[in-house]
Design a protein around this ligand. Sequence first.
Ligand SMILES: N[C@@H](CCC(=O)N[C@@H](CS)C(=O)NCC(=O)O)C(=O)O
Length: 220
Amino acid sequence: MLTVHHLENSRSQRVLWLLEELGVPYEVKRYERDPKTMLAPASLRAVHPLGKSPVITDGAHTIAETGAIVEYVLAQYGNGRLLPAADTDERRHFTYWLHFAEGSAMPPLVMTLLFTEMPKRAPFFLRPVANAIGNAVKTSYLGPTISAQLDLMEQALAHGGWFAGADFTAADVMMSFPVEAAASRAGLGNRPLLTAWLAKIHARPAYQAALTRGGPYAFA
Ligand SMILES: N[C@@H](CCC(=O)N[C@@H](CS)C(=O)NCC(=O)O)C(=O)O
């Protein structure tokens, strides 16, 4: 049986959702974050050396990195579902957004979180300086980068309502976390297609089933 090593309130929610969409049986091993540092517990390092989530174990295979897990699950259990046919524009869009989610969208969102949280943890007398640095980076670089990315997502959804075109695919599953993170931190702004897409994915029965399996998830 495939096991998802699932960290609460995290990217690994997507893996549960994908498995629900495909109807693949799986077990969930839940891990809780350290309430102070928000890091994963050391026990996750016994599964994979980096100790990050998601990780899946499936028979002899241990696979980390969400995009790699999505590709593995589609190849092993997808039977062509949630994946556009090879050599089509839809497949090229699919591949782009599959990689964009972790490769381009998440880094500025994570940096924004770090630059927001870091000043709160700095020694008291350094906080004004840390705040000033954080705000400068957010205003000059991170904010504009995220905004341009959200505009690109909005444009992509104009061609059928899903990231790869007219059909829901695993690229939408991958994109859920960055869009949810952006929505919960700064909002999606005036981007009606992206806002409608988020409501659409949250209404999917498999998404809701994954929430039940995964436990509390602050981004839904
Ligand atoms: N690009 C990796 C990122 C993995 C990652 O950073 N996971 C976070 C969960 S949102 C984590 O495990 N954080 C806890 C920690 O760093 O200790 C992926 O998509 O799998």
